[in-house]
Design a protein around this ligand. Structure first.
Ligand SMILES: [Mn+2]
Length: 350
């Protein structure tokens, strides 16, 4: 019975998904002067940023009232899925990941003993209203700037550091751009993924989720980009990697690379380390709730061993590409994404 109820619920979500994204009402604003439309859109953007800002300030005050911290992981949801080349389910991910983080089936202590209920370890400043902004006719260039500006708002409030709940992988570009601009220099990136996401403009989309790391490298926001878990790569992916000096650790060589990857020291001489986790870095056997099934992937423990042994100052991170529309009826992969967030939050905080 409960299985059927969950199934019905997940089918409802799928339908809502199609209505919400694929059939989103097109703004017919021809009768409005372009100038006043722009102004109205700017007011909506300001309101969205104000909500993020006030929420962030409140959370910072709470952290300070508890004695402060050196670094507090700050969850910021970016429910954006339309830059995906295949399915748009990541647009619905953040609330499901949060459900997983706080699920009564688990306790709030991370593997190495940090309590996520301690606001000095992790706070949450909510979601950027991505679909509402799109519904106002706001296009990607401005939308991505809202993502960047929101990340900068979080970084304005020491000791908060951004940990982004995706969303498809296109959001890593505005996030890393913001972090690099705010810190005034490059970061090192460790990127877990089945795919290199280095296409120049996948299917003509400059902001495609398959092109985000091309944008990051072009912008000179990263000194080093280490990609781990790669097992779906073509000639363009290899040529782009060569062009940008990307260090790719392919799954076919993983057993050889493992000792190196489990002893990484990153971020020295630059502004710190950024960690990007695409849930499809995992073998689909571990994570069915993703858009792209690519067998031969990492285990959850493989990723943990690399992450928990990583030496470096983590200035930001993201967990992206969880697709609720492909998950099991009881949202098992939401728990997987949530555990990535929990452990990354623990690692970032200090
Ligand atoms: Mn991927």
């Amino acid at each position: 019975m409960s299985f059927l109820r969950s199934l019905a619920r997940s089918q409802e979500i799928s339908k809502a998904g199609r209505r919400g994204i694929h059939c989103m009402q097109k703004l017919c604003a021809e009768k409005i002067a372009p100038d006043s439309l722009q102004k109205a859109q700017s007011r909506v953007i300001d309101a969205a940023l104000t909500l993020v800002r006030e929420n962030t300030r409140l959370k910072k005050e709470l952290v300070h009232s508890l004695g402060g911290a050196v670094a507090t992981s700050t969850l910021l949801g970016v429910p954006l899925g339309h830059n995906s080349s295949y399915l748009e389910g990541p647009a619905f991910a953040p609330p499901f990941i949060r459900d997983g983080i706080w699920s009564a089936s688990a306790n709030s202590t991370t593997e190495e003993g940090k309590d996520l209920k301690d606001l000095r370890v992790m706070v949450d400043v909510g979601d950027i209203p991505v679909q509402e902004l799109r519904d106002c006719g706001i296009e990607d260039e401005r939308l991505m700037k809202v993502v960047s500006d929101s990340v900068k708002i979080v970084m304005d409030e020491h000791p908060l550091r951004p940990l982004i709940l995706g969303g498809d992988h296109s959001i890593s570009y505005p996030v890393v751009r913001a972090i690099s601009e705010k810190l005034g220099g490059q970061v090192d990136i460790i990127h877990f993924d089945a795919h290199p996401d280095l296409y120049d403009a996948f299917e003509g989309n400059y902001y495609s989720h398959a092109s985000s790391f091309a944008r990051i490298m072009e912008g000179n926001y990263a000194r080093r980009l280490l990609q781990v878990g790669i097992r779906s790569i073509n000639i363009e992916g290899r040529e782009q990697a060569k062009k940008f000096g990307v260090e790719q650790y392919e799954m076919r060589h993983f057993s050889k690379d493992r000792p190196f990857l489990e002893n990484l020291k990153l971020g020295e001489g630059v502004k710190g380390v950024y960690v990007s986790i695409d849930v499809d870095c995992l073998d689909p056997g571990y994570a069915v709730g993703v858009s792209h099934y690519e067998s031969g992937g990492l285990s959850f423990r493989d990723v943990m061993n690399i992450l928990q042994n990583l030496k470096g100052d983590i200035v930001g991170g993201d967990v992206v590409e969880y697709n609720v529309q492909r998950d099991t009826p009881d949202h098992m992969t939401a728990m997987v994404a949530a555990k990535f967030v929990r452990e990354l939050a623990a690692k970032m905080s200090k």
